[in-house]
Write a protein that binds this ligand. Sequence first.
Ligand code: TYD
Ligand code: MG
Length: 497
Amino acid sequence: MSKPHLVHRCQSCGASHSRWAGRCSVCGEWNSLEEELVVDGPVGGARPAGPGPGPEGNEGDCVPVALSDVDLSAHAPMPTGIGELDRVLAGGLLPGSATLLGGEPGTGKSTLLLQALAAMASSGRRCLLVAAEESAQQVRRRAGRLGTDVPGVFVVEATRLPQVEAAVASLAPDMVVVDSVQAVSDTEVASPAGSMAQVRACSHGLVALARASHAALVLVGHVTKDGALAGPRALEHLVDTVLSFEGDRYSSLRVLRAVKHRFGATGETGLFEMGEKGLTGVPDPSSFFLGDRLVGAPGSALTVPLEGYRPLVVEVQALVGRSSPVPRRFVTGLDAGRVGFLVAVLEKRAGVPVGDCDVYVSVAGGARACEPAADLAVCLALASSLSGKPLPGQMVALGEVGLGGELRRVNAMPKRLTEARRLGFHDALVPASTERHGARPEDDARPEDGARPRRRELPASTLRQALALALGEGPAVRMAQGERPIVLVGDENQRLR
Ligand code: TYD
Ligand code: MG
């Protein structure tokens, strides 16, 4: 066995350095290097892991097989029974696979997994929860509150890797949840629990255990706001799937995303609402976000951002306040820099004087619309708030706004419009190039009696045109404070109703 020697391990990215430095030269993190005693061989003294022959693997087993002869029967995903989780996992958890569920403390990771364990157990699977942070009594109490106190879910209090291995060997579960990986330590590693060396060593050991026992393993990993804290980011390459669970502490909405998924696409998102009885899937998020909408209020515009592959109809709300020498910007659910850009374009290219006003913009219900497709809706909401005129209530607006005030096309337009129409929003203000590029759906209903079509797409090539179509040209209006007249260019007769 090689002589143990000292390295300086970055607690953020896991890189090892022979000398201490104030900053990690690999990831750039400051003050993240800590001493670690290592013995050459497998990382952190852990057992080797990964697909292929396990620790007991025999080199003689490595016979190539034709790809078409590879047996897939044992690799069918096991649905967890939590619809939104299964959607993100492309069907469920695979036997022998390893999944990392990362998220800030308090997001609801333990709740989600307890519900998943109970749902799996209800379908006859054997499920094990390794409680490394909480006592079995705390878990039982939580299960009672959630109504997930079902037979078939086993719990073991364990904080050391060999204990986990013994528990898995004795129960032979189909699914194992380790909550959390930062609270488990390997006695063979000298570093304290929660350190990068421990997290890596334990993860190696647990992944190898999952491969050998054919149990689907889910590791819980806490991350801080900047994604650091001993590990989860450095573990991503070790596991098959990385899920991130996000939520705002002031909102009950939780979003589950697959950051990496070896068995399916990563664009799917799952949406949950945290309530008194735990997490409930939100299968119709658009209706969820629009639930409290005040129809006809100035400053409110609808748009359809994509959350992963899913189009969601959301409400962008704007409030333009009095002008001040140092105008303030408050932005929630959108990119603040982008809103600043749109304010400048609105003023310069469309003559809407918002530049020196206080501006508040948010996406209602805790939703997000951080993509350029929402630009037009933000501009319309701002202009509507400033002028006091409401936008047409049944209209969605989609379009990227360029620096020249031009409207640029957005991707996946048919999908977005279909979602809007499903909810009864039949009018859509879209970039004129949408039509030219043939993205306009063929199915517009055009009544023969000359009445207005049930579905309308109103193309505009500039922000100015779009404002005229949506708000029309009215008499110059004054702000509540009586500061500035605002004239919106356009023809009132053309206005969308
Ligand atoms: P938890 O699952 O413990 O979060 P994590 O494991 O990610 O740290 O959930 C923590 C929060 O969720 C806690 O602040 C209370 C809230 N919560 C509910 O609102 N309803 C519930 O039914 C449960 C179990 C938790
Ligand atoms: Mg927890």
